[in-house]
Design a protein around this ligand. Structure first.
Ligand code: UDP
Length: 411
């Protein structure tokens, strides 16, 4: 049902995070031995949630937890509605029509009838499958929100809240996204898998081969943004910043993205971006097929500067990925990006096109600063944003929900 080339065991992570971390995970997992866990989201490829579930499910299994991942199905009308919800939760005005509400509910009802929702723990990711809670028979249900919901358009959040409050608990990525809810709220930032195709070490030859295949020549510094073609990722703003840099420094801009199956706006945004880039042969717009993980890995390793100029961002896994590869990342000072980048220490936070260009020029002029930042960036990710910390949080929450009245649980 989903792409899974993950064949790692938890012990494979010991050289990266240390024996204590692995030992603690095993002790937590023992408390949940044999538990059945179901994750549900709305796409098996493209975007951060699919990326996380791709390793989370196999690793939980490796820890003795019986986990599954199911993807809900929907047609264009459904994903149009849920994309509007998504935008509205990130602040865009949108009035839910009766028709939209009907489409949303009907698709969830149809999905529920063809899914096996019987599990001890059910994690429902993001708004698309939230109404599945209506079909809960048993188990602990947790709504996991990955998006930047710090300033939602209130009518849409109120509508969604009708479902969310029926869950046993909720998880948000950072404190700014937490909402006024009558159910427990946990804060869990996402993470990356350092051994996946996307993040594993590559030899110089492997990087060169992939870069070559993508027809990129590294004869000038490379600025890179990897993202879905989505307005909140501000690809046009990135091109504008590149143009400012280019007036002084010769460089290449690579915008790499693919189409997420649950994002109907992608093709239109891509068209705008292509039009805007026009004749500049130093702008490479790469529409990558799904699962181009090795290519993305190589691009991030080859880049001189990684940019993630988002205007809204739930977390920004691309930032984590760039930092893990020891790159200085210039990121929009929004959502989860500000949780990862400590401005001026392990990267730069920016609020404008001019700011992006200024920091890019500074880094191009000072390779020593860039290298230092890259070093701190990698260490910051090692301690905070690798999958071992993420799994520890999930296991702890599962255990905590079994003991709602205890404030201290011995593991
Ligand atoms: N990604 C990918 N191919 C692409 C664009 C993005 O595999 O063409 C991956 C990217 O490497 C990252 C994830 O999709 O792992 C995007 O997650 P992020 O949190 O940055 O943004 P989201 O798409 O979830 O808003």
């Amino acid at each position: 049902m989903y792409h899974n080339n993950h064949n790692k065991t938890i012990d494979d992570y010991e050289p990266i995070v240390g024996a204590n971390v692995i030992d603690q995970l095993r002790r937590l997992a023992d408390k949940l031995s044999g538990a059945r866990v179901l994750h549900v989201n709305s796409t098996s490829k493209g975007g951060g949630v699919a990326e996380i579930l791709g390793w989370m499910v196999p690793i939980l299994r490796n820890l003795g937890i019986d986990s599954r991942w199911q993807v809900i199905k929907g047609d264009e009308s459904f994903f149009n509605v849920t994309k509007n919800f998504h935008n509205a939760l990130q602040g865009v005005h949108y009035e839910i029509s009766q028709e939209a509400e009907k489409v949303y509910k009907k698709h969830n009802e149809e999905n529920a009838s063809s899914m096996n929702l019987d599990s001890d723990y059910v994690f429902i990711h993001d708004p698309q499958p939230a109404p599945l809670i209506e079909y809960k028979t048993d188990g602990i249900w947790i709504w996991r929100c990955h998006i930047d919901i710090s300033k939602p358009y209130p009518p849409v959040w109120n509508f969604l809240k009708g479902y969310v409050t029926r869950y046993n608990a909720s998880i948000f990525s950072m404190p700014q996204f937490a909402q006024n809810l009558p159910i427990p709220q946990y804060l869990v930032p996402p993470s990356i898998d350092p051994l996946s195709e996307k993040n594993k070490q590559l030899t110089k030859e492997e990087i060169a081969r992939e870069i070559d295949r993508l027809k990129i020549t590294h004869d000038k510094p490379i600025l890179l943004q990897v993202s879905r073609f989505d307005r909140f990722k501000d690809p046009i703003g990135v091109i504008k910043a590149y143009k400012l840099v280019k007036k002084h420094e010769d460089c290449i801009l690579v915008l790499a993205g693919s189409e997420a199956t649950d994002d109907p706006e992608g093709p239109a945004v891509l068209q705008e971006v292509e039009k805007y880039a026009a004749e500049d042969t130093d702008i490479h717009i790469l529409l990558l097929p799904p699962f181009s993980d090795l290519q993305i890995n190589a691009l991030q390793r080859e880049a001189d500067i990684v940019i993630q100029k988002s205007l809204k961002e739930g977390f920004g896994l691309t930032v984590t990925e760039g930092m893990w590869k020891g790159k200085p990342v210039i990121g929009g000072a929004v959502g989860g990006i500000s949780m990862q980048i400590k401005n001026g220490v392990n990267g730069y936070l920016i609020n404008s096109i001019e700011g992006t260009a200024y920091r890019a020029r500074q880094l191009l002029h000072h390779p020593d600063i860039a290298a230092n930042m890259g070093y701190y960036a990698q260490e910051y990710v090692r301690h905070n944003f690798l999958l071992t910390r993420h799994i520890r949080d999930y296991l702890s929450i599962m255990i905590a929900t079994q003991h709602p009245n205890e404030t201290y649980i011995q593991v």
